[in-house]
Design a protein around this ligand. Sequence first.
Ligand SMILES: CSC[C@H]1O[C@H](OP(=O)(O)O)[C@H](O)[C@@H]1O
Length: 364
Amino acid sequence: MKVDGVSYRSIWRDPSETTVTVVDQTLLPHRFDTLKLMNVADAIDAIKRMVVRGAPLIGVTGAYGYAMALRDDPSDANVDAAFDAINAARPTAVNLRWALEILRREIRDLAPDDRAVAAYVVADRLRAEDIETNGAIAEQGARLVREIYEANGRSRPVNILTHCNTGWIACVDWGTALGVIYRAHDDGIPVHVWVDETRPRNQGASLTTWELGSHGVPHTLIVDNAGGHLMQHGQVDICLVGADRVTASGDACNKIGTYLKALAAKDNHVPFYVVLPGSTIDWNMEDGVAEIEIEERASDEVTHISGVAGDGSIVKVRLAPKGTKVGNPAFDVTPARLVTGLVTERGVAEASRAGLLGLYPEKA
Ligand SMILES: CSC[C@H]1O[C@H](OP(=O)(O)O)[C@H](O)[C@@H]1O
């Protein structure tokens, strides 16, 4: 995507180098800056601190971190040690393990001296595939938006509610739910996006507004708790959200607060679609509420908030009294029964095992 007229992806590697560069999302929207990841420790730190975030991008960053680990120590012992260390960086998005498992499978039987070069080839491939996959997702999802626009007699923009950030900086490019919105907008379908601020890390307020503003997509920032009210008053035509892990039965794990939006959507008969690449499906899980590990993040994400001061510096201020006890689950699970459909690169499926196997028959 473009930033001030310059095309960027969220992560890239100079072919002559074994390090990678990422957009530092902790500085957005106040400052656009990049960060060079020199080794596996840097990659793990970037994932943990959410310098890079978003299920698909976490997976690609993990793959490059694995390649850097094997660059520095290609031994059999490190093949598994590096896998475990990177996989532990954040537990909920399945894309991290998915990417690491692909890479380990393709390098483990090679001679140690051949592992690093092969690992970079795999990581580069996963990066390229993410861009292609998200382009296909956008095409599939834009049809849904067009159908609503046509059903309204082309009389007004399509009002879309989205949660968190699912754009090009949550992936390598385009995005998932936001990728659908970009494609509909670029295809000339008038849209307006209600952007959930998405407490506590404010990915919506800080990242989605920045992305949509950069691309010229009309949008309105709202507090997380406003979505149900807007749906009650007919202000939302469709909800489009991302996912960090979708079970084989269609339960969707996503940023905390998604489940509450799905409940409001159900109560107000608003279509609720989860937008994801096939890499986000966990075929080994059935019951998302019971089985998906929900990351518990640091208390200061809730007790403090970051922003830009009058002198342009980025500061963090305290909201709650010292000593306040905090709970900070970073995700929740929307049961399949509340999901209208799953938008993937292969098409739109009912949120069920049968629906997903219809798109991915090889997983039967
Ligand atoms: C396109 S996946 C984006 C997905 O990841 C976000 O979580 P986080 O910002 O903590 O990495 C959120 O759940 C989004 O829906």
